[in-house]
Every structure is written in C-alpha cells, then in structure tokens.
Design a protein around this ligand. Structure first.
Ligand SMILES: Cc1ncc(C[n+]2csc(CCOP(=O)(O)OP(=O)(O)O)c2C)c(N)n1
Length: 343
C-alpha cells in the first residue's frame, strides 16, 4: 500500500511540473536547455575571438537565452521572425546552426545572414523565415507589422514576431508600428527583452513608465510582463499571444525582464558597478534551467556535463570551419544588396 501511495505521489509531482502542465515533453525541455547552453558558449567564444582581433565584433546574448529560446519554441517555423543583434539564442532556436552563426561572425561569403555584406549580428535566413534587419535600432518593428499586414492581404497564415530591447521601445518606430498593428488587429507579437540598460543608459532615463508592457494600454492591446529568466513563463505568454494573433485577436506586447550579463558588445566597456554586475548574475537563466533539469530528474550532473562537452565540440568545429571559409570576393559586394542588380 505504501508503495502504491508513493507511486501516486510521484505521478502527482510529475503532473505538477511546469513543463508537463504546459504539455512539453521531457526531451523538449532538454533540447531547450541545450539550445540556451549552445547560445551562451557561442557568445562567450565570439567575444574571445573579437578581443583577440580575429573577428570584428561580438554582441553577447548572455542572460537573454531563456526569453529568446522559449519564445521562439512557442511559435511555428512558418511564423516570420525579425531578430535583433542580441538574438543569437533565438536564431539558434529557429534552426541556425553554430557553424552558420560563426560564418556570420567571421563575415564569410557562406554566412546565411548577408554573405559577409552586413555587419555581424544581423541574423537572418530566408529558409528559416528569419527576416533581414537593419542596424538602426527598432526600425524592424514597422517592417514586422508590415509583414503581418502582408499576410492578411495575401491570405498567409503566419504570425510575425519582432524582438528588440527596451531602448527600441522608446523610438517612434515602436509606437507607429504598435499603433498600426492595433488599429488593424494584425497578427504580430512585439517581444521586448528589457535588460534595463541601453549601452549604459538606465531604463529610468529612457521611459517614464514602470514597465514597457504598460505602453500597450495606450494602444488598446494586451501588454504582458514576464520573468525572462523563467523559460516556462515566457513560453506560456508567447503561446497565448500567438493563439490570440492566429484567431484574429490582434497584437500583443510582451516584455521579458532579463539581465544583461555581459558588456553591450565586445567593443564597449561596462559602466556598471561590481554590485550591479553581481546582481545581474543572480538572474542568470542557465543555472536556473540546469537546476530545473536536476530537480525534475530530467538530467543529472553527468548528463549535464556530457551536454556541455558535446556543445563545446560542436562550437570548436564551427569556429575551425568558419576560420578557413572564403571571404566574399570584392566584385560580389553589391550582389543581393539592391532589388535590381547594379550594372
Ligand atoms: C537609431 C539608432 N540609434 C542609436 C544606435 C546605437 N545603438 C546601438 S545599440 C543601442 C542600445 C539599444 O538598447 P536596447 O534597445 O535596450 O537593447 P540592448 O542592446 O540593451 O539589448 C544603441 C543606442 C543605433 N544602432 N540606432
């Protein structure tokens, strides 16, 4: 009897696990963690390469992984995504491989985003529905809204998501895009990764409202603030927003509160105090997810270590490949840049 009770208690405990409640399989949660881990290791490796002068610049994703991976996994591959320069984890979650990411970091002709034409960090790949973005902060938000509108006009069934930082939410592009999307009830998700700092300017000097999500009320659309280190909370919020968009309910503004663990980029120093940096590290989503895997007996220490070794080997192979890959020949520089090829 005691044994039966124990099994029933265990089953109850299993059913109450956040990922089981969301309908996510154990292997999906392990895949989520692997994706977050790979993004972290790619980011760390890219910064080292930049500091060694081997690549030009690296923009870290550290601290944003749970928000990016979980939101991307809550969407369909046919949904259009506009990423931003900090989106390595989102790009990888959509299917961009470490090799492709490194090819872009090295600015190689084979890189999927621009084939060496654009600055690294403008993650895009047509086959993955990752749309081309500009380096001008926030300008992809109206583009994303336009893509959602195009879907309406063309009878497409895609939802469009745009990822951006908190400072982008202070730009006209954000307000114009959200206003247009709200008026026309377009199937778009504006996903703000609020890390509380724009290079070195704190959030309080960018916006007079406590939460970026508060802005949504001004446009009559739902605004949700979630803990961006909680992959399951982000997954739930994004899935609900996507369902709302698909069923004609219009746009949602999601604000994922995250911590920027690294510098703004490999080329920009950090003005935060040691205390502020330590507080940011407390909000690291990686140990949190590893703890979840252990606690729910999805992976033990040996499994986690094996995953780490596997990821490290994949990234080293990617770096080795990208290092040797050819650069873009000069005469190709203007091809694929203009709609009509230059004579
Ligand atoms: C229109 C424009 N202004 C300024 C810049 C320079 N710039 C690049 S990133 C950045 C900060 C953006 O911060 P945020 O949107 O919060 O994203 P985060 O980098 O914190 O993820 C700025 C000001 C730019 N690229 N484009």
């Amino acid at each position: 009897m005691a044994a039966v009770l124990k099994v029933e208690q265990r089953n109850q405990w299993r059913r109450a696990a956040p990922h089981v409640e969301l309908g996510l399989a154990d292997v999906t949660v392990i895949a989520m963690y692997r994706c977050m881990l790979a993004a972290r290791r790619i980011s760390e490796r890219a910064v080292r390469l930049a500091h060694q002068g081997i690549i030009d610049v690296a923009i870290q994703t550290d601290g944003h992984e749970a928000a990016q991976v979980a939101s991307m996994l809550a969407l369909r591959g046919s949904d259009l995504a506009y990423l931003y320069y900090r989106s390595v984890a989102a790009a990888h979650a959509r299917g961009m491989t470490p090799r492709e990411i490194m090819l872009d970091y090295f600015g190689r002709a084979e890189g999927p985003s621009s084939g060496g034409r654009n600055l690294p960090g403008h993650w895009a790949k047509r086959a993955l529905n990752l749309m081309t973005v500009s380096g001008s902060v926030g300008t992809h938000i109206p583009h994303a809204v336009g893509s959602a509108w195009a879907g309406r006009l063309l009878g497409g069934h895609w939802v469009t998501i745009a990822y951006f930082g908190d400072a982008a939410a202070s730009k006209g592009d954000f307000h114009e895009g959200l206003s247009f999307a709200a008026i026309h009830r377009l199937p778009v998700i504006l996903f703000c990764e609020n890390n509380g700092i724009a290079i070195s300017v704190p959030y309080e000097l960018q916006a007079p409202v406590c939460n970026v999500a508060d802005r949504a009320a001004g446009y009559g659309v739902p605004g949700v603030t979630v803990d961006g280190a909680d992959a399951f909370a982000v997954y739930r919020a994004t899935r609900e927003a996507a369902e709302r968009a698909r069923s004609g309910g219009g746009p949602t503004l999601i604000e994922a509160r995250v911590a920027r663990l690294g510098q703004h980029t490999s080329q920009v120093g950090d003005l935060r105090s040691p205390g502020e940096l330590a507080a940011a590290r407390e909000r690291d989503p990686l140990p949190r997810m590893a703890g979840y895997l252990r606690q729910h007996e999805l992976l033990a220490d040996a499994g986690l270590a094996a995953l780490d070794a596997d990821v490290a080997a994949e990234i080293e192979a990617a770096v080795a490949y990208a290092r040797e890959a050819p650069s873009l020949p000069g005469e190709e520089a203007f091809r694929r840049v203009y709609a009509t090829e230059l004579e």
